[in-house]
Design a protein around this ligand. Structure first.
Ligand SMILES: [Zn+2]
Length: 323
């Protein structure tokens, strides 16, 4: 994928392309913005464009260099990130970067090091990186990618140029999902709301029966009143977070319908007639209570609670708040 194919990130891409064409590219960049909106993709595309044998400010995606970056085999482009069983970016990774960055590029024009989830740098790694960022060699570029810049050393941030990424606008995402990625219209509508402009997350739902799955949860959780909701097996934390967000979306819809929001703004547009029917069941204060119960359940989730029990209790509490 080249810069011209990346959706919704025109602003940061234009800035970076201007730096390239004016020869003003700095040695260290910090790409910040919410998760899943294309920061790492833009970083890799920048690495590709800088080393492309054909293009000047974009990658051609055809030449040997571009193909190597795409297959993660380019010797001058390195992504540094934690492996599955690691929680922090260890000093060894930064030591390797330090020894590599002083050498000339093996075959490309620029050595590019992308540190993904840079907030996972531990203090030792951060200190080591800081020294490199003081004066990176001219033929090298370090890109830190993170959605949690507040966890980085201030001194690291001050040595990088920050490029901010914003979520794609919802309507643009809906259109792209439908026209470019083959989702049907109801799915595109739902995913564009649910993932708030995070294309990468929405694309992970390809081939899954998204609407059916979320409707099954809503049906089981909200409409089945006796005895409370329970999972057949304990869900993992990500599933639970997703499920709580589905429920939050459902009650948010009811709330906004009550205040007269246009129907096109419903997340669960596919359940419009039911939502219009049940909005009379809940008062504003009940909806406020329910939404804050869901929100505190999302908080509890971060503290190793019993997931099955959490959802069961939540469903009982919500059941009690129905008229
Ligand atoms: Zn190329």
């Amino acid at each position: 994928m080249s810069f011209k194919d990346i959706l919704g990130q025109n602003a940061p891409i234009r800035i970076l392309q201007a730096y390239i064409s004016e020869g003003r590219l700095a040695g260290g960049y910090l790409f910040t913005g919410p998760r899943g909106i294309g920061k790492k993709l833009v970083a890799l595309t920048l690495a590709k464009a800088l080393n492309c044998l054909e293009g000047a400010i974009d990658s051609c995606d055809q030449c040997a260099s571009c193909r190597k970056v795409d297959s993660a085999t380019h010797p001058d482009v390195q992504v540094i990130e934690t492996l599955e069983n690691e929680t922090e970016i260890k000093i060894e990774y930064i030591r390797q970067l330090k020894s590599r960055i002083c050498l000339r590029p093996y075959e490309g024009k620029k050595k590019v090091f992308i540190i993904n989830d840079a907030h996972k740098l531990n203090p030792e790694s951060s200190n080591a990186l800081l020294k490199v960022l003081e004066e990176p060699p001219k033929d090298s570029l370090i890109i830190l990618v993170t959605d949690k810049p507040a966890l980085l050393f201030k001194t690291i941030i001050s040595r990088c140029k920050t490029v901010r990424f914003m979520p794609q606008r919802r309507q643009e995402l809906e259109k792209a999902l439908n026209e470019d990625f083959g989702f049907d219209r109801p799915e595109s509508h739902y995913l564009s709301f649910f993932y708030e402009g995070r294309l990468a997350d929405a694309l992970k739902m390809k081939g899954k029966d998204v609407l059916k799955e979320k409707n099954r949860l809503i049906d089981n959780f909200v409409l089945k009143r006796s005895g409370g909701f329970s999972y057949s097996s304990a869900p993992d934390r990500d599933t639970l977070r997703e499920d709580l967000n589905i429920l939050a979306g459902y009650f948010r819809d009811i709330y906004l319908l009550k205040i007269g929001m246009p129907h096109a703004e419903l997340i669960n547009l596919d359940r419009r007639s039911e939502l219009l029917r049940v909005m009379a069941v809940y008062s504003f204060s009940q909806l406020n209570e329910i939404l804050s119960l869901i929100s505190s359940s999302l908080d509890f989730l971060e503290h190793n609670v019993n997931a099955k029990l959490l959802m069961h209790n939540l469903s009982l509490a919500i059941g009690q708040r129905q008229i």
